[in-house]
Design a binder for this molecule. Structure first.
Ligand code: B1M
Length: 210
């Protein structure tokens, strides 16, 4: 029986070594990587977010939890991403300017790669010019924009505007996401696709090529 609660607890405490060992054991017991992610790790990170908001923990503790999350994701990565699949298209992904949150963006990247799409990762704090250049250089089909802050989500629109100004808006589909982003916001900024989680992002990206 998988102990998702223990996975969540270890993540919250930032005990990367113990968490990695438990994630490895849980995988070996036959539990799916997706269940470990969605029933253990993501709920654990949500608790971290709530405690952070309530000033029960502070940036250093959040960073330590994030490090543990990344260590666990590293173990799940090869299982989540099906290897050896010929890419059907190319995506450019980033977390937008002013925003350093990359755990969700990395998950979206992983799952999109798993759906057989080549992903160019521009990292975090990414400005519009960098996105426009990457789309041109890689002849990308999709632009994936992640934003975790209410203060940075509007920059998704700036990137869409920059794609328009560069004359390439109609050549790419723009997908937006991140905790504060909604379908209504996506419509408002003129994105083509909004998805709430990494699995839906991969599904939507893949659907573009079917
Ligand atoms: Co920050 N932070 N943080 N943080 N942080 C939040 C986002 C916050 C909600 C915490 C809170 O107050 N409860 C809050 C934002 C408030 C707001 O804007 N409304 C916040 C704040 C305020 C800040 C700082 C300003 C704090 C400060 O310095 N005073 C600061 C900003 C720094 C900056 O970016 N400029 C800051 C810093 C940090 C750390 C560096 C310490 C760390 C990030 C480490 C890292 O990413 N490497 C951090 C963390 C870890 C969080 C929380 C706790 C967790 C985020 C996370 O990784 N979640 C977060 C609270 C929370 O979200 N519960 C919080 C797990 C991840 C799997 O989920 O990223 O939402 P998420 O991704 C999901 C979906 O959103 C979706 O798929 C993923 C799941 O499948 N998704 C997409 C994401 N991108 C997508 C793109 C798509 C589609 C779906 O298509 C393209």
């Amino acid at each position: 029986m998988a102990d998702f609660n223990e996975i969540s607890e270890l993540l919250q405490k930032g005990r990367a070594k113990d968490l990695s060992a438990l994630v490895e054991k849980t995988l070996a017991d036959g539990v799916s990587a997706n269940d470990i992610l969605t029933k253990g790790l993501v709920p654990g990170m949500n608790v971290v977010g709530i405690k952070f908001k309530n000033n029960e923990i502070f940036v250093p503790e959040v960073l330590i939890a994030a490090r543990a999350m990344n260590a666990a994701i590293k173990i799940l990565a090869p299982v989540l991403a099906k290897e050896g699949v010929e890419p059907v298209g190319t995506a450019v992904i980033c977390t937008v300017k002013g925003d350093l949150h990359d755990i969700g963006k990395n998950l979206v990247k992983l799952m999109i790669e798993g759906a057989g799409i080549k992903v160019i990762d521009l990292g975090t704090d990414c400005d519009a010019e960098k996105v426009v250049n990457a789309v041109k250089e890689n002849n990308a089909d999709i632009v994936c924009l992640s934003a975790l802050l209410t203060t940075t989500m509007m920059y998704q629109k700036d990137i869409i505007d920059a794609l328009k100004a560069a004359g390439i808006r109609d050549k790419v589909k723009v997908m937006v996401g991140g905790a504060p982003v909604t379908q209504a916001f996506a419509d408002e900024v003129g994105a083509d696709i909004y998805t709430a989680d990494a699995a839906s992002a991969a599904e939507a990206a893949r659907a573009l090529f079917n």
